[in-house]
Design a protein around this ligand. Structure first.
Ligand code: ME8
Length: 629
């Protein structure tokens, strides 16, 4: 049955609430949100599904280690995930939890139907299991005895299991991938999947008896359903399968399953085979995007090398984070996160290119034509470029090339900046050239339109731009607002204020030092690791303010037999005079760093008080240089 036109069903993976999520998860979810927002702007009936994958051995173990029942264990993590999506302004239509009754009913029914089809049988499983990946592996697929996907140790599983006749579907799967070149994207992932399928396919174990935290197998309570079989069915539950046949007819099959590249195999092989067995249509596209790396490693909860999106939002705001995630890395490729690349991206695109265009244009309209939107008289080259940009954004988003779409919008911003340089409106003004109002109108209109084009990606910035232009879109905003010429002449512009302040590297580093202590993602360390930190009592012998830096003091501290220069971000709470003679705690073996041109050979410990940092001290005087243990 063909699906109704004008609907768009997009999903993210449902994440394991085994730990707090990091920017890798935010990456997928923000990308899905941008696509959902775009399709809504196009007037489509969008369903955007995300959620949590709460069963399985990994969660059961984590809960046991924490001394909690699995459901008590996941509850606060799931609440935290919902909060995070709120902060990132994700507009999901449904947040599905696999522990919900509606989902348990679907999994049981899916199991029953596939069983009735003759595709499930009971046998003994003997092989390996990777608990972090929740994945079965035959001996021959292991790499140096470890999981071939994540490289971690596997465990022997020897138990009675239900099997799904996956092998029966190999030929149909190959044919489907061949006939639908867009089914698995990008093309490199499709090629991987085809070669995986051609190398043979074994039946899949779909139940476990060695632990309890899962959905019981219908008719055999000794078994729980394998967590991936359970999780994949979430896409059916979220479309209204069983509970809402009208919705299901409307939204199924999914238009896009967005997933990370490590789980394409589950979505490109197991999931379509399950759907074939159920006689349901297959999703239109599975897109496996690349990884956010930290250095050369995948950022991952279990490696503890994760960046918490909350601290980036607190420090920089939600739009800079969304922009970085969507613009920085070509969607599909891997990319390394660095704070440096983050700041460079925000400064270059948002503070400089976009901020300058707005600032310069508003300034000229105020200086040359009294601050009101002038009337257009003739088409300008920018109108043509704006139209071309809109078309590029549309093509890119249809192809899920999010970074290409973002780059096209920024190209238009840069074209407008170049146009100002080339046309030099200040000369037109001097020469009383009658073309001036038209030139200014086309700049203002380009900015308005850039705001509309940015609306799928950024959540606050478009409205902040329009406010400065004195423009209010008709509610709800639609893609039709990308039509040239909608800015009415005569409206009054605000005097303009920067929409994105430039990020100053040194200042940001100091703020981060203060925040690190409260960062909830800091991993546990062994005593040996702590012993690597050389903490000393030091006496301040000289102090002065660092010129032109609000937060910094330049100190000389004595360690008894040695003096050090330290730059410390405590000028909000202490004056130089406060500090002379004070004893402080110094991290003495920190690599030297430069702040505003001054070298700092160590760092003072301070608590992050609500009114600024408060220095740590010993409760009674001790010899300078004493080691703290
Ligand atoms: O796999 N870079 O859940 P999960 C980019 N429950 N994306 C990343 C990432 C990184 N470093 N780390 C995580 C599961 N992701 C299953 C899914 S679906 C039926 C079941 C994103 O919590 C990316 O989308 O391990 C990846 O596929 C997903 O989080 C894995 O989340």
């Amino acid at each position: 049955m063909p699906k109704e036109k004008g609907t768009f069903f997009i999903t993210t993976p449902i994440y394991y609430p085994s730990d707090n999520l990091h920017i890798g998860h935010a990456y997928t979810t923000v990308a899905a949100d941008a696509l959902a927002r775009y399709h809504r702007l196009r007037g489509e009936d969008v369903r955007f599904l995300t959620g949590t994958d709460e069963h399985g051995q990994k969660i059961e173990r984590r809960a046991r280690d924490a001394g909690l029942t699995p459901i008590r264990f996941v509850e606060p993590i799931v609440a935290g995930i919902k909060d995070l999506w709120g902060l990132l302004r994700i507009q999901e239509d449904d947040f599905l939890r696999t522990t919900q009754d509606r989902h348990r009913a679907v999994v049981a029914e899916v199991f029953r139907r596939i069983q009735a089809k003759g595709d499930i049988y009971l046998a003994n499983y003997e092989g390996w299991y990777c608990t972090p990946c929740e994945s079965f592996w035959p001996e021959g697929k292991l790499v140096a005895g470890n999981c071939p996907d994540c490289g971690r140790p596997v465990e022997l599983a020897r138990e009675e299991s239900y099997f799904f006749r996956l092998s029966n579907y190999r030929d149909r799967l190959v044919a489907h991938l061949e006939e639908h070149p867009d089914f698995i994207q990008p093309p490199s992932r499709r090629a991987e999947m085809l070669s995986f399928l051609r190398s043979g396919l074994e039946d899949l174990c779909i139940s476990r008896t060695s632990f309890r935290w899962g959905i019981p197998v219908p008719g055999n309570q000794a078994h729980v359903v394998y967590v991936w079989f359970d999780a994949l069915a979430n896409y059916l539950t979220g479309a209204g399968f069983l509970s809402d046949p009208m919705a299901f007819a409307r939204y199924w099959p999914a238009d896009v399953h967005l997933v990370g590249k490590e789980i394409v195999r589950f979505h490109a092989v197991i999931w379509p085979a399950m759907l074939m067995s159920l006689d349901l249509p297959l999703p239109r596209r599975v897109f496996g995007h690349g990884w956010l790396l930290f250095g050369a490693d995948k950022m991952s909860k279990s490696k503890g090398n994760v960046i918490d999106p909350r601290s980036l939002i607190t420090r920089y705001g939600v739009d800079p984070l969304r922009w970085y995630l969507l613009r920085e890395i070509p969607f599909g490729a891997d990319g390394s996160y660095t704070e440096d690349s983050f700041r460079r991206r925000i400064n270059a695109d948002l503070a400089n290119d976009l901020g300058n265009l707005l600032h310069r244009t508003l300034g000229m309209v105020h200086r040359f034509v009294g601050g009101a939107v002038p009337a257009p008289s003739a088409p300008e080259p920018l109108a043509f470029l704006a139209e071309k940009t809109r078309a590029k954004v549309e093509v890119a988003l249809d192809n899920l090339e999010l970074s290409v779409a973002c780059a096209a919008i920024l190209d238009l911003v840069n074209d407008a900046n170049l146009y100002i340089d080339r046309v030099a409106p200040w000369n037109l003004h001097k020469q009383k050239d009658p073309r001036l109002p038209n030139v200014l109108y086309s700049l203002l209109e380009t900015i308005r339109l850039v705001g509309v084009l940015l609306s799928p990606f950024l959540v606050d910035t478009p409205a902040r731009i329009w406010e400065q232009l004195g423009w209010t879109p008709t509610e709800p905003l639609t893609w039709a607002a990308t039509t040239w010429g909608l800015l009415p002449p005569g409206g009054h512009l605000s005097t303009g204020h920067p929409i994105f302040p430039r990020l100053d590297d040194e200042l940001e580093e100091e703020k981060k030092v203060g925040e690190a202590a409260s960062d909830p993602t800091i991993p546990q360390i062994a005593i040996e690791e702590f012993a690597k930190v050389d903490l000393r009592v030091a006496t301040v012998v000289a102090a002065e303010k660092v010129p032109k830096a609000d937060r910094l003091l330049l100190l000389r501290v004595s360690l008894g037999n040695e003096e050090r220069q330290i730059v410390s971000g405590i000028a909000q709470t202490y004056t130089a005079e406060d500090l002379i003679g004070k004893q402080v705690v110094l991290v003495a073996n920190l690599k030297p760093a430069k702040f505003r041109g001054y070298e700092s050979h160590g760092m003072l410990l301070a608590a992050g008080g609500s009114n600024g940092p408060v220095l740590l001290a010993t409760s009674a005087p001790v010899e300078a240089g004493s080691r703290i243990k």
